[in-house]
Ligand binder design. Sequence first.
Ligand code: ADP
Ligand code: MG
Length: 329
Amino acid sequence: MGLIRLRPRPAGSRPAPAPEPEPEVLDRAAEPDVVSELAPEPAPIVAPTFGAPIAEPTAAAATSDRVSTRVIALANQKGGVAKTTTTLNLGVAFREMGYRVLIVDLDPQGNLTMSQGLNPDTIERSMFDVLVHKVPISEVIEKREVDLAVASIDLAGAELALSSLIGRERSLEKALAEVRVSYDFVLVDTPPSLGLLTINAFVAATGVIVPVQCEYLSLRGLVQLENTLAMVRENLNPHVAVEGIVPTMFDGRTLHSREAIEILEESFGDLVFRTRIRKTVRYAEAPVKGSSVLKYDPTGAAAEAYRELAREIVAAKEAQDGAQAREHA
Ligand code: ADP
Ligand code: MG
C-alpha cells in the first residue's frame, strides 16, 4: 500500500516468525467493526511546521559515542497504546540481557515515573528542569530497576516554556550528551501528542518504535506520525526513522486483533515486529506495585513477551549492521 515512506529493512533482518497458535473459535458477528476505520485510504495530511530549523552543530555530533548508544523514542500520539508499558518493560528486558539502560519520562502525566513507585507530584526536580533550565540530567536520574530520568507535573508547562527558547527542539539531545556514554540504550517515553516534547525525543533519537494497539488501529495516526518524523529528518535529525511497530494488546481469540495485524503487515511489511504483546491484566497490575512485569511476574508470559521483543530489536540491528558492512566491503 505504501502509505508511509519508510526505510527498507535489509531482507532477512527479522527472525522467522514464531508459529501462531491454532485460531480459536471465531464469532464474526460479535466483533466490533475495526476495519471500517482502517479501510479508507487516508487523505493526505498536511505536515505541521515547527518553525525554522536552527542552524547549530548538534550536541551529539561532538560525541564520538553516538553510534554505539541507541536512543529510542517510544511514540504514538494516541494515548493508551502501551508506550509507557513498553518503555519500562523493554528497558528492564534489555537490562536483563546485560545492557546499560536509561529510561526517560517525557510525559507530563508521569506514568513511567509512577510505574517505578515514585510520585510525580512530590518530585522537586525533573525533566522539566533539565529541558527548560538546563539542569544536568544526571541530577534527575533515579536508580530503580533501570535508571530513570523522572517527570513531574511541571512538565505540562514545558512545551510553552520551551517554545520561546533557541534550540528548543534540541534540549533533550543536548541533555543526553552528558550521560549517553554511560548507556547502551536510552528509551524515551513520550506524551500522547506530536508536540515539542515528542519532537525533542525524535531529534535526540537514533530510532523510533511505535506501539500500536491491535484494537483501535489508526493508520491515519501513523501517517501523521511519519509526517512529523519526516519534518524532523529534513530539518533536525537526518538519521531518525521508524525502527519498528509493536502490536500491543493483541488478543489472538478475536478476529478483530488478527485483522489489525494483517492490515499492519500489509501496510508496513517488515517494519512490524514479529513479537506480539498479548493482552493481559498483568501489565496493569505490575505498575501498581511499582515494578515492571519482569520483576512482578518473572516467569509469566507477559514478561517473556518483552524479553522476546528485546531480543528481536537487538537481532534486527545486528542484521542491519551486517548488511551495511557487506555493502561497504
Ligand atoms: P500509553 O503510555 O500509550 O498511554 P500505557 O502503557 O499507559 O499506554 O497503557 C495503557 C493502559 O493499558 C495501562 O493501564 C496499561 O497497564 C494497560 N496495558 C498496557 N499494555 C497492555 C497489554 N498488553 N494488555 C493489557 N493491558 C495493557
Ligand atoms: Mg504513557
